[in-house]
Design a binder for this molecule. Structure first.
Ligand SMILES: Nc1nc2c(ncn2[C@@H]2O[C@H](COP(=O)(O)OP(=O)(O)OP(=O)(O)O)[C@@H](O)[C@H]2O)c(=O)[nH]1
Ligand SMILES: [Mg+2]
Length: 439
């Protein structure tokens, strides 16, 4: 896999559109632009240009549009970059791109422009991830979280936590150093207050991390219940479209059907499933098996009717009881749960609100999709546990203080690892800076 060379690619989505942008990055970018546009690209000026096939024997006109130039390092990738703004659709962008290849550029790999930006120090890894998250964002709230990553807000928050923990650890070490056997006046309450404040900041940072994951990956919300409970009707009502088949025959839905929707800014994958019962035939049996599999993976289960959900739902899933077909209540005993009718639309907003509350709670302290395989999360969890430990050992005696100091050290070490900071060196710097000049 080569990282060298001048790369070119369509920067806009393919398809019918007014404008398409072909982006070229690398040493040959300006020369390529000059060959195709027959004029020198101008940094800081937008040129109107005609684009021609680079073949001297056949200088066919390909398109007309705008030519933009960015000189290294003042570009997205940090290299020389030119952009051909041509007409959209299937033909013009392809022909301009082919012209770039004919001039020696190669097709960029997925993410290669951003990879170059990273390698040239234009973006840190977090910002590169932010770019990806922003492109993939399905809701405004997800985009806002991605933008926070783009400008390094997460990293700054982590840094602030580390600095706070480091200051506390330094104080503890210092107190242990100078006072063998006795703690300075007012030290214990001050330390406890500082520990509590730090723990609160940690919890907040952790909530943001969980929310970020939920916004990026979406929440899996599964409609579950016995046949004829009204699952498919509720799916259609929530989507505002007749997406799935509904009928009075129990066992109508056999497959699981997924649709995307947005609830309170969270992207949601809503899945309708086969009714849970002892299946009448092999096909329905497979449908029920799939339903149970989805319930087992769900972040939130919308449980309609009477069924034995907790047995199949995973421990961390949130189960929201739904009292469906509430318009028929006259001839039924009242059931627990959010009252909703797919026929009259009654209670749909209540259900959306209840679901939004579940998603908020999930962001707060639930397990999110992808949990556990991200360094940030485990580091946070270790740090939070260490802090709680430090708080629990309210340092009344010097021995407690030694333990609290140990917990703080672990907080600093895990956070420092995330940031690439070296705790022991920072601690020494901090300690020595407390000494007077000349000592
Ligand atoms: N009155 C009334 N009838 C409803 C409501 N929701 C669903 N029904 C009816 O109940 C029957 C079953 O609805 P479905 O949505 O197909 O139920 P389901 O849970 O998907 O059923 P399966 O796919 O067989 O598991 C249909 O005849 C619907 O018209 C409702 O809110 N009010
Ligand atoms: Mg159904």
């Amino acid at each position: 896999m080569t990282r060298a060379g001048t790369i070119a690619a369509l920067a806009t989505a393919p398809g019918r559109a007014g404008v398409a942008i072909v982006r070229v990055s690398g040493d040959a970018a300006f020369a390529i632009a000059e060959t195709i546009a027959r004029q020198q690209p101008q940094v800081g000026r937008i040129l109107y240009a005609r684009f021609y096939r680079p073949d001297p024997a056949d200088r066919e006109l390909l398109d007309a549009g705008l030519l933009l130039a960015f000189v290294a390092p003042h570009s997205y990738t940090g290299e020389d970059v030119v952009e051909f703004h041509c007409h959209g659709g299937a033909v013009a962008p392809r022909r301009v791109l082919e012209a770039c290849f004919a001039c020696g550029a190669r097709l960029a790999r997925r993410g290669e422009f951003t990879e170059r930006a990273f390698l040239n120090g234009k973006l840190d890894l977090e910002a590169a991830e932010g770019v990806l998250d922003l492109i993939n964002a399905r809701t405004d709230r997800a985009a806002a979280a991605a933008l926070a990553g783009l400008d390094g807000a997460r990293k700054r928050r982590l840094r602030a936590l580390y600095d706070g923990a480091l200051a506390l650890a330094t104080e503890v070490e210092h107190a242990l150093d100078i006072d063998e056997g006795e703690l300075p006046d007012g030290f214990v309450p001050r330390l406890n207050a500082a520990l509590a404040a730090l723990a609160a900041q940690f919890a907040e940072a952790r909530r943001r991390a969980r929310e970020g994951r939920l916004l990026r990956d979406g929440a899996l919300v599964v409609l579950a219940g016995p046949p004829n409970a009204g699952k498919s009707s509720l799916m259609n009502a929530l989507l505002g479209a007749h997406r799935v088949l509904v009928s009075a025959t129990p066992g109508t839905t056999r497959d699981s059907i997924e649709e995307g929707l947005e609830i309170a800014g969270f992207p949601v994958r809503l899945v309708d499933t086969a009714g849970l019962r002892t299946a009448a035939d092999a096909i329905e049996g497979e449908g029920v098996r799939r339903a149970e599999e989805l319930i087992a993976q769900a972040d939130v289960v919308l449980a309609l009717g009477a069924c034995d959900l907790p047995r199949v739902a995973r421990r961390t899933a949130r189960v929201l009881k739904v009292h469906a077909k509430c318009d028929l209540d006259a001839n039924r005993d009242p059931v627990a749960g959010v009252r909703v009718s797919a026929v009259t639309g009654e209670g749909l907003d209540d259900l959306r609100r209840a679901l939004a509350a579940e998603l908020d709670a999930l962001a707060e302290n639930g397990a999110c999709p992808g949990d556990g395989n991200e360094d940030g999360r485990t580091a946070f969890d270790h740090s939070l546990a260490a802090l709680i430990e430090a708080e629990a050992q309210l340092p009344a005696t010097v021995d407690d203080l030694v333990l609290a100091g140990g917990a703080l050290r672990r907080v600093c070490e895990t956070l420092g690892a995330c940031l690439g900071a070296t705790y022991s060196a920072d601690l020494l710097d901090n300690l020595f800076s407390r000494f007077c000049v000349g000592k």
